[in-house]
Write a new protein. Sequence first.
Length: 333
Amino acid sequence: MTAYLVTGGAGFIGANFVRLLADQRPSTTITVLDALTYAGSRTSLDGLASPRFAFVHGNIRDAELVDQLVAAHDVVVHFAAESHNDNSLRDPSPFVDTNLVGTFHLLEAVRRHDRRYHHISTDEVYGDLPLTGGDRFSESTPYNPSSPYSATKAGSDLLVRAWVRSFGVRATISNCSNNYGPYQHVEKFIPRQITNILDGGRPRLYGLGANVRDWIHVSDHNEAVLRIIDDGMIGETYLIGADGEADNLTVVRTLLHLMGRPVDAYDLVPDRVGHDLRYAIDASRLRRELGWAPQFTSLEQGLSQTIQWYRDHQEWWRPQKAATEAKYAATGQ
Ligand code: NAD
Ligand code: TDX
């Protein structure tokens, strides 16, 4: 039995990871450590039960709790973070506390107890690319984060690298592009627009909708994370992406089309400050060295599945919708 400690397991990607692990690895136990911030939802883990599963309501900044939990597990997978760029522009403080200080406490515990550690990060640590041209991020792209969110994620990655080199911590890092799929908070782009449309409202596009993101289905991301935990080289970084580049306007028009609305039934709203233009991932190292390939190769197919999930799980997202839109209203977005 391998014992996994998953931080942030009540969030979007973490909850999907826990479900994947529970399904695919019968000889594991899984403990989730999650503070249940506004972004965490205990119901995302409904159906998982002891003896294989345990939920600990706690904070990664609680060094004593983190130490006890790390000591009792074999593998630590660290998803917990403040994850939304727009929130980091309103108030960066929890981003520093959780993403930097929380990661520090985990690394110190992993060092003391010599545990295998996998660090979940983002392609945003590399900054952005020009809108036109074929450049993509690779493992050797220099760090150049733009927002308080991406700066704290970049800082946490660098802590991991330093703990590997200085203390021999057995860690790997993955930097993934934009995820979509079930259980994503309605503050994020795709679920915000789907739930606006389900509510009879209109999608809200920042600026002119020209910014490009490299979309990957959350299950493809998590399959890659499992490969890296199993077979990744200690101390190494792997980029995860599924060749899913699309500009925001195209995504909105696709959603409107799939949901039976006129494709121009959206609103343009004030742009995000410092809005990164384009992200694009070259995942050839992951494909070549670890044999990973995405299952969702068409964005339209993945979006259809995701729309259906939000239609079928209104009880999951409705409680968060009004408060989320109230936050956006304050900036006219
Ligand atoms: P999320 O906001 O949906 O979930 C974050 C989870 O962490 C929540 O359950 C929250 O309660 C928990 N959490 C926050 N602060 C905590 C603390 N101090 N202690 C314990 N738990 C805490 O985020 P997500 O989209 O699932 O992202 C997960 C990870 O993946 C993050 O590290 C993020 O940077 C990274 N990532 C996300 C994407 C994406 O597109 N969403 C892409 C690449 C990487
Ligand atoms: O209402 C919106 N309208 C809009 O046009 C929202 C919420 C977003 N946008 C744009 C901004 C971005 O160009 O859509 C794009 C995607 O926005 P987000 O969902 O906020 O994602 P992004 O800022 O790209 O960051 C995401 O990917 C990398 C995750 O939130 C991060 O956690 C991850 O690290």
